[in-house]
Design a protein around this ligand. Structure first.
Ligand SMILES: [Cu+2]
Length: 222
């Protein structure tokens, strides 16, 4: 940790000298219809931002924040017609895409967002990488996985298929931490997560009935 301190200091000084533009805070309104995904603003300050989603369409929708290679940094699923839902993304400086997915499928309707300043949970470099495989209907390589509180882990999943699979992680309170989104057979997916608290964390595949078929598990953070 110590060796990063000078870099973080430099970034925060830069952010201050850039003026107030990136500081405009508050929630980002996302209006999702069956054919559009409109964001209240696309310039965000680094750190935690709440996305307030309103689904004014006729279809169930979901909203994702994607990083590089479509890494899922935050998401909210199952937002019914006429309903609202909120989620928080803790983003470091960079360019991302917000996608609404009417019908909860496909690549979604995407808008680029720009984040400036210092902060954001996923800015941390991973302490270690964990590679594992998914297949129908289980994962291989996580059997003995444990972590220490405060650790940042980069999970790299290779999907041996044949079906698409996901890897969703929840903390001891049941809060979604992040996920590797739907990954096709033969493809790789990754997500970097920081485990702030100790406890029993759960993971599952959110596709169709895969959880009921056994794609669910837990690991301990001590
Ligand atoms: Cu699956």
């Amino acid at each position: 940790m110590r060796r990063y301190a000078p870099i973080l200091l430099a970034l925060s000084l830069t952010a201050c000298s850039n003026g107030g533009g990136a500081k405009s805070g508050g929630a980002v309104a996302v209006t999702a219809t069956d054919t559009a995904c409109t964001l209240g603003r696309t310039d965000l300050a680094a750190g935690k931002t709440t996305f307030d989603v309103k689904n004014t369409g006729k279809d169930v929708t979901e909203v994702y924040v994607y990083g590089e290679k479509d890494t899922v940094l935050a998401e909210k699923e199952n937002i019914g017609p006429g309903l609202s839902a909120s989620f928080v993304a803790d983003l470091p400086a960079g360019t991302y895409e917000v996608a609404c997915k009417p019908g909860q499928k496909g690549d979604g309707i995407r808008t680029s967002i720009h984040v400036t300043g210092s902060g954001g949970a996923t800015a941390k470099a991973a302490d270690r990488d964990v590679e594992f495989q998914s297949h129908d209907f289980a994962w291989t390589g996580l059997e003995t996985f444990t972590a220490k509180a405060g650790e940042t882990i980069k999970f790299e999943m290779e999907n041996d298929g044949p079906a698409q699979h996901e890897f969703e992680v929840f903390d001891a309170d049941g809060t979604a931490l992040g996920e590797i989104g739907p990954t096709d057979k033969g493809k790789d997916g990754e997500v970097t997560l920081t485990f702030a608290k100790s406890g029993s964390y759960a993971y599952k595949c959110g596709i169709a009935d895969h959880e009921a078929r056994g794609m669910v598990g837990t690991f301990q953070v001590s």
